[in-house]
Design a protein around this ligand. Structure first.
Ligand code: GLU
Length: 442
């Protein structure tokens, strides 16, 4: 099998969100499946907006998910390489200096649009002679554009299929700003080439970038990697997620109690023709993963879909895996495994254990319907004080039954509500031995 090298290239200007996770996961999985390498690349050429805090958080989030990287790279440490590439493009006549201000460019765009033409940069700066350039340089700093070859750029996209973009419909991309900052497009292709990236998987908002990047890579004398563009996520109703992504950060989801396996299982299948099922390991997830199964249509993401998976994941955990969490609640060790057996099926997130333990420790506020008040009062008189053995529920309900003549749901439900304060919950026979307190009798 060919060895695949992929990269996940977030800009450390914020926390990772659910959309980033999709990109990271896809790249991780195809590399892992082929026995290749997964590179974490920090796109931090924007010195003002990039922060160490986010670099740390990105690594922490990926660690939490178990998405380990084989190498970490940082663009701010590779500025020399970008300068070399810029020199080559300049020497080969593929780089040209421009001086238009944003306002001038805006004006040009408006004029073009008014005349019904696409707002593509008119290459006016290419026509400047040396004298004009010298004069302009004295007034302001120039910035650098890549001279696109105006042909059709074609590639076979790993998700979208054969694509082609007419380079004449795209403005020559600015690769170096007037303040000298190297822009993502140049840094990214230099890195992809230097780092031996064989497959670039990213969101479909990068499709046009891909067209220009293919030409820049070729101008640098290298071969473009394979590209695949996954669809963008929308909210449950199909609404754009871009504005809400800030609230869908991986940290927030983690704080809410979503588990890694739930997130990974959902994101590795959502938008594909395969069913979403809980997978407990990345190996399992990788096994059934195939980029070709993903469609081009926007993918609906609903946070609610994470809860059934989280619940299933937690419930599948053996006691040893949760012993620490349970000990932290103050559950005595002697009853801790039993407490887990009883509570596991009644939690959606780990934090829910706390309320089950509070119920066992302190007793519940009974819920008693007016028509059951007398019945419950009689029943509680028949309930011995804790601790209870395994037969306690049966003994009690038998006694209540013969005393009151009630049976079935009319017997059991009011008693459950009296002891737990709710209509649903664990098997009462299993719960009773954990109860340290019950409502006062009579
Ligand atoms: N830093 C870029 C982004 O987050 C990377 C895009 C790419 O994968 O090339 O959008």
């Amino acid at each position: 099998m060919t060895s695949i090298v992929t990269r996940f290239a977030p800009s450390p200007t914020g926390f990772l969100h659910i959309g980033n996770l999709r990109t990271a996961l896809f790249n991780y999985l195809i590399a892992r499946k082929s026995g290749g390498a997964f590179v974490l690349r920090l796109d931090d050429t924007d010195a003002e907006r990039s922060k160490q805090e986010y670099i740390d958080a990105i690594q922490d989030d990926l660690d939490w998910l178990g998405l380990g990287w084989d190498r970490i790279e940082q663009q701010s440490k590779r500025l020399d390489r970008y300068a070399e590439a810029a020199d080559k493009l300049r020497a080969d006549g593929r780089f040209y200096e421009c001086f238009e201000t944003p306002t001038e460019l805006d004006l040009k765009r408006k004029k073009q649009l008014n005349m019904g033409r696409p707002p593509v940069y008119d290459r006016a700066a290419l026509g400047l002679d040396d004298a004009a350039r010298v004069r302009l340089r004295a007034e302001r700093e120039g910035y650098w554009r890549f001279l696109l070859d105006q042909t059709r750029i074609e590639w076979n996209d790993g998700i979208l299929g054969p694509l082609s973009i007419d380079a004449a419909s795209v403005s020559d991309p600015v690769l170096i700003r007037a303040d000298g900052q190297v822009l993502y497009t140049l840094a990214s292709v230099v890195d992809d080439v230097d780092m031996g990236i064989t497959h670039v998987v990213r969101g479909s908002d990068h499709v046009t970038n891909t067209a220009t990047q293919i030409q820049i890579i070729e101008a640098l004398g290298a071969t473009p990697p394979d590209f695949a563009h996954h669809s963008l996520l929308t909210g449950a109703q199909g609404e754009a997620l871009s504005k809400r992504l800030g609230t869908l950060s991986l940290r927030d989801l983690r704080a809410q109690g979503v588990t890694p396996a739930a997130l990974l299982s959902l994101m590795a299948r959502l938008g594909s023709s395969q069913p979403v099922e809980l997978h407990l390991s990345l190996d399992e997830i990788a096994e059934g993963f195939d980029l070709g199964e993903f469609g081009a249509a926007p993918t609906r993401f609903d946070t609610e879909d994470l809860w059934p998976l989280t619940r299933a994941e937690l419930q599948a955990r053996p006691y040893e895996a949760v012993a620490e969490n349970i000990a932290a609640l103050g559950v005595p060790e002697a009853i801790a495994p039993q407490f887990w057996e009883v509570a596991r099926e009644n939690i959606t997130r780990m934090d829910d254990l706390a309320s089950w333990w509070a119920l066992c420790r302190d007793g519940a506020t009974p819920e008693i319907a007016p028509e059951d008040a007398e019945f419950v009062e009689k029943a509680l008189k028949l309930l011995p004080p804790p601790p209870y053995g395994p037969g306690a529920w049966k003994d009690w309900t038998d006694a209540v039954k013969s005393e009151t003549g009630r049976k079935g749901k009319a017997l059991f439900m009011p008693l459950r509500k009296a002891l737990t304060g709710q209509a649903h919950g664990p098997d009462m026979a299993a719960l009773m031995p954990l109860l340290q307190k019950v409502p006062a009798r009579g």
